[in-house]
Design a binder for this molecule. Structure first.
Ligand SMILES: Cc1cc2nc3c(=O)[nH]c(=O)nc-3n(C[C@H](O)[C@H](O)[C@H](O)COP(=O)(O)OP(=O)(O)OC[C@H]3O[C@@H](n4cnc5c(N)ncnc54)[C@H](O)[C@@H]3O)c2cc1C
Ligand SMILES: *[C@@H]1O[C@H](CO)[C@@H](O)[C@H](O)[C@H]1NC(C)=O
Ligand SMILES: *[C@@H]1O[C@H](CO)[C@@H](O)[C@H](O)[C@H]1NC(C)=O
Ligand SMILES: *[C@@H]1O[C@H](CO)[C@@H](O)[C@H](O)[C@H]1NC(C)=O
Ligand SMILES: *[C@@H]1O[C@H](CO)[C@@H](O)[C@H](O)[C@H]1NC(C)=O
Ligand SMILES: *[C@@H]1O[C@H](CO)[C@@H](O)[C@H](O)[C@H]1NC(C)=O
Ligand SMILES: *[C@@H]1O[C@H](CO)[C@@H](O)[C@H](O)[C@H]1NC(C)=O
Ligand SMILES: *[C@@H]1O[C@H](CO)[C@@H](O)[C@H](O)[C@H]1NC(C)=O
Length: 501
């Protein structure tokens, strides 16, 4: 009897102390923030190198981050990443094949263009495509020259203009929009020539549009299955943990979450989007150094909002892409026909239109009904007044979601490769990963994936060999990005006193 009583008492006391320890600090070798593809790839890399003393803190209730499906119109659609962008040599393509992710290579030539009165003006665009192509060749050559002759960077807009492309008509504007905004989620005026386009240079084979009903994010699930079971005894994945403060030093990093939990790691790895870092929702103690904050603020989060509409019947063209050349400022301009034989079952009748850059904030803040009205105006211009009303509409909100603050990063003009090193560099024991920190493929799923692997290897190298990236001298020098007042005045001297200088 006594023995049983003791056992019960011990059990109660242990349970009680466990209850208490919830409030005390959880100690791990490495704390990873974010369970998108970058965080999961980082954790898997640690695991493969014999390090399992880590925890991943994820603010939402799922893994996958910006790879995400939603149920809509009887099927599952991708509201985030959708294409494997570049096939041969792209590690995500290897994984898509390994996990048998279904989809099809997108045919960007299967395009119809309609003008404001609904006429098919695709043929009229031929000459314009040709001129744009010539300008793009020039743009490519100039990019080479910037690199070889160490010339200053310019924006894509400047390079296109010098290449003879100066779009004036709605038709010219929409085909440019299809090639630029639709890719970078940002305007050519602000996009760097030198530091973009690596994706097209490195990969061939086109872009694969995922329609798999398990989701593009199935790749992340499978990567995670390789080292985590659903009821992981070590609780290495903790969901609904929104990190609020990050206390970093040269020897450790302590994280607190909004539910009051505290985690301390000898190393910390942030994989949150650049949008999250820019929006002051996480307090860094001490403040991040000026060289770091400056780069974070200079880099850009592109906006890309995929609006899905379900109709009772199909009234639109059979082409894969439908462009609307109806205004000088393209809006609701790129449409994807998801009623193709290879997308969803016949009769699903879903159209996808993408809003980009400045349009997204307004759309996310207004009601879905208001957005539907705007969209129907465009569709009636293209297909007449007798078209059916949509049964439902889906407007994903990445920009106003405090776990993302936008779609994906875009490399702006005036951020150099040296600046970029600082963006991705650690401070003390706090490392930075995620798509925005990958020097060649920022903005893409494979950028996120590779950055996770790179940062895990950087941490392993610091842990095991004492080779810690934060010691790089480049990082500790101030920034060259923001000109001082005196340097601006000096630069103006030849303008002010042209005769004397
Ligand atoms: C609409 C859209 C379309 C896209 N299309 C494509 C495409 O077709 N092809 C392509 O290659 N790429 C595309 N991308 C980009 C691609 O999705 C991303 O580059 C990639 O998924 C980013 O992965 P990540 O792990 O770096 O970041 P994320 O996926 O953002 O992961 C970071 C994680 O951190 C979590 N988090 C954020 N803040 C906190 C906090 N305070 N505390 C705890 N957790 C936090 C988030 O919930 C998230 O799960 C698209 C993105 C969007 C949004
Ligand atoms: C891959 O998927 C296709 C269809 O999505 C299916 O027919 C095929 O059997 C699958 N192959 C494997 C190896 O799972
Ligand atoms: C659309 O194209 C047709 C055929 O070229 C033309 O007649 C019509 O005026 C165009 N509409 C607009 C608004 O430009
Ligand atoms: C930050 O962490 C260090 C070391 O873990 C600790 O000494 C310091 O008090 C912490 N500061 C704050 C503001 O929490
Ligand atoms: C779906 O429609 C396409 C053409 O629109 C047709 O070729 C195909 O046979 C149809 N499939 C089914 C299952 O009805
Ligand atoms: C309007 O659309 C309906 C089907 O949605 C069709 O039956 C009808 O003929 C159309 N009317 C005109 C004038 O095009
Ligand atoms: C241009 O790109 C190359 C290669 O990435 C880089 O070495 C160089 O510093 C860049 N130049 C500028 C001005 O950004
Ligand atoms: C990096 O800095 C740490 C502490 O400041 C030091 O112990 C380590 O030897 C340094 N490593 C290198 C490669 O300089």
């Amino acid at each position: 009897m006594n023995i049983i009583l003791v056992v019960i008492l011990v059990a109660i006391t242990t349970a009680g102390s466990k209850q208490l320890s919830k409030r005390s600090t959880e100690e791990r070798k490495i704390v990873i923030v974010g369970a998108g593809i970058a965080g999961i790839a980082a954790a898997k890399t640690l695991h493969e190198n014999g390090v399992d003393d880590f925890v991943i803190l994820e603010g939402s209730d799922r893994i996958g981050g910006r790879m995400r499906q939603a149920e809509f119109g009887g099927v599952k659609v991708e509201i985030g990443a959708n294409w494997v962008q570049g096939l041969h040599d792209n590690p995500i393509w290897d994984l898509a094949q390994k996990y048998n992710i279904s989809g099809k290579i997108s045919d960007y030539d299967d395009v119809v263009i309609r003008n404001k009165t609904g006429n098919d003006v695709t043929d009229q665009a031929e000459e314009a495509w040709e001129r744009l192509g010539t300008a793009q060749e020039y743009l490519g050559e100039w990019r080479e020259r910037i690199r070889e002759e160490k010339l200053p960077d310019v924006s894509l807009r400047v390079a296109l203009k010098l290449g003879g492309w100066r779009p004036k008509t709605p038709l010219e504007k929409v085909i440019e929009y299809f090639d630029y905004e639709f890719e970078y989620a940002d305007a050519p005026e602000v996009t760097s020539l030198n530091n973009t386009g690596m994706n097209e240079e490195d990969f061939t084979g086109g872009e694969y549009f995922v329609t798999d009903q398990r989701g593009f994010g199935h790749i992340v699930d499978r990567l995670s299955d390789e080292f985590l079971s659903p009821n992981d005894a070590r609780r290495r994945l903790q969901l609904n943990k929104v990190v609020r403060t990050v206390n970093w030093t040269d020897t450790d990093v302590t994280f607190t979450t909004t539910d009051g939990s505290t985690y301390r790691g000898e190393y910390g790895l942030m994989t949150v989007s650049i949008g999250v870092l820019e929006n002051d929702v996480i307090d860094f103690i001490p403040d991040l150094p000026a060289w770091k904050v400056e780069e974070i603020y200079q880099f850009r989060m592109g906006q890309y909002c995929k609006i899905f509409l379900k109709f009772p019947n199909k009234f639109w063209d059979d082409n894969e892409y439908i462009l609307y050349a109806g205004s000088l400022r393209p809006q609701y301009a790129v449409w994807q026909n998801l009623e193709l034989p290879w997308t969803f079952p016949n009769g699903t009748n879903i159209l996808l239109v993408t809003a980009i850059a400045d349009d997204v904030q307004r759309i996310e803040l207004q009601s879905d009904e208001a957005t539907k009205q705007e969209i129907m105006t465009v569709l009636r211009n293209m297909y007449g007044n007798n078209i059916s009303e949509p049964e439902s509409i889906l407007v994903p909100r990445w920009l106003t979601n405090p776990l993302f603050f936008g779609a994906y990063s875009n490399w702006p003009i005036h951020v150099t490769a040296q600046d970029f090193e600082k963006l991705a560099a650690p401070v003390g024991r706090l490392y930075f990963g995620g798509e925005a920190t990958h020097p060649r493929y920022n903005g893409y799923v494979h950028g996120g994936y590779l950055s996770g692997i790179d940062q895990a290897n950087a941490i392993l190298s610091c842990m095991r060999k004492g080779i810690c990236k934060s010691n790089q001298t480049a990082v500790n020098q101030g920034t060259s990005a923001a000109p001082t007042l005196s340097s601006l005045l000096l630069a103006m001297i030849p303008v002010i006193f042209p005769v004397y200088v």
